[in-house]
Design a protein around this ligand. Structure first.
Ligand SMILES: NC(=O)C1=CN([C@@H]2O[C@H](COP(=O)(O)OP(=O)(O)OC[C@H]3O[C@@H](n4cnc5c(N)ncnc54)[C@H](OP(=O)(O)O)[C@@H]3O)[C@@H](O)[C@H]2O)C=CC1
Ligand SMILES: CC(=O)N[C@@H](CCC(=O)OP(=O)(O)O)C(=O)O
Length: 347
């Protein structure tokens, strides 16, 4: 018998993308699917694109329904996963797409999310450079995994090579990122309706208050082993999927353009999903659509002594469900790339 996986939150965007990818995974069988208020309805009502699962009925999200699987993906709102995970057997691989277990600092959790910190799990961004290794080292054999936020995935992959190589000043880092509307989940806010989003871009969470700020700081700080401060501004773009993150940071004195290029290329050399593009080509979200890839480019603005690093991802694929399955592959000792698309949909 193969590996069985349950998906909690199967009626949502992240749950739907998990199922799209799991249907193509050669070693994982899809088990129980659950929802909240939509429990009792058929999956086809919420995910009409997932034809092979159309007649599956959604179960309520309880530990009893989720138990008995080798793998459980939680694609639930913040705060819902900790209680459930605590009631699942310790040997089950639990992969949480929500934020509950991403942050190391309880103080940062309280400041940006409020309430009690549920604890820290292995962070599911395998390519992230860490002193003497990669984040994937912590994911091999892990039984509890926290999938990163979509903005932190794009922003951290863009800038981490510069911090890992000690090329960037830690106190002058700016990230501005644009996201498609699916990043907000299915429960639309008033600013998400089509007539407001189409043909317009708008900032939100401005002024250092967006909850992904401490997560980006945590990742860049771990890469460089020093405290990093980031000014992060998210914006909403008129597209359903995709994130384009532009990070800039002040170079340390004497750092050359050649050293920057070498650091970025070396960091991601051999990585299957994270690619530094050839010089002169810039990442576009469209090229990552439906793929578990992150496309990166870097340049030096010599006039102001800053590095500019840009990355593009599909927020639902590398930014959530693809990253979740990549980490699960590592936890289960499967090939890291198994079942994951590397080719986007174009145009
Ligand atoms: N969208 C994205 O790009 C990203 C999302 N994530 C994270 O993934 C998680 C899911 O996000 P997303 O799919 O976008 O959200 P959606 O709003 O699209 O889906 C939420 C899912 O959770 C279920 N649900 C809601 N409340 C409860 C509850 N109290 N108990 C049990 N189930 C419940 C919903 O079921 P029902 O239909 O019955 O209401 C639905 O299946 C979130 O934690 C989000 O932060 C992470 C990275 C990126
Ligand atoms: C466009 C949009 O609204 N995006 C979401 C982030 C999505 C994501 O990655 O968030 P989690 O931390 O919730 O998992 C936001 O800014 O809140």
């Amino acid at each position: 018998m193969g590996i069985t996986a349950a998906v909690a939150g199967a009626s949502g965007y992240a749950g739907g993308e998990l199922l799209r990818l799991l249907l193509q995974h050669p070693q994982i069988e899809i088990g129980t699917l659950t929802a909240g208020g939509n429990a009792g309805t058929k999956l086809a009502e919420h995910q009409p694109h997932l034809l092979p699962l159309a007649d599956r009925v959604l179960a309520p999200t309880t530990p009893q329904e989720l138990a008995g699987h080798d793998l459980v993906f939680l694609a639930l709102p913040h705060g819902a996963s900790a209680k459930i995970a605590a009631q699942l057997p310790p040997e089950t691989v639990v992969v949480d797409c929500g934020a509950d277990h991403r942050l190391v600092s309880a103080q940062a959790w309280e400041e940006f999310y409020g309430g009690e910190h549920a604890g820290t799990w292995a962070y599911g961004l395998p390519e992230l450079p860490r002193p003497g290794g990669r984040q994937r080292d912590e994911l091999r054999g892990a039984r509890r995994i926290a999938v990163p936020g979509c903005y932190p995935t794009a922003s951290s992959l863009a800038l981490a090579p510069g911090f890992a190589a000690g090329l960037l000043q830690p106190d002058d880092v700016v990230v501005i990122a644009a996201s498609g509307t699916s990043g907000a989940g299915k429960s639309a806010r008033p600013n998400m309706i089509g007539s407001e989003v189409m043909g317009s871009m708008s900032p939100y969470g401005v002024g250092g208050v967006h909850r992904h700020t401490p997560e980006i700081e945590q990742n860049l700080g771990l890469a460089g082993q020093e405290e990093v401060r980031v000014s992060f501004t998210p914006t909403l773009a008129p597209m359903s999927r995709g994130i384009l993150a532009t990070g800039t940071a002040k170079l340390k004195p004497g750092v050359t353009g050649a050293a920057v290029r070498e650091a970025w290329e070396k960091t991601y050399q051999g990585e299957a999903f994270v690619h530094v593009l050839p010089e002169g080509r810039w990442p576009r979200t469209a090229d990552t659509l439906g793929a578990n890839t992150a496309l990166i480019q870097v340049a030096v603005d010599e006039r102001v002594g800053r590095v500019i690093a840009v990355s593009a991802i599909d927020n639902l694929t590398k930014g959530t469900a693809g990253g979740a399955i990549q980490s699960a592959n590592l936890a289960l000792d499967l090939p890291e790339t198994l079942g994951l698309p590397m080719v986007g949909v174009a145009p």
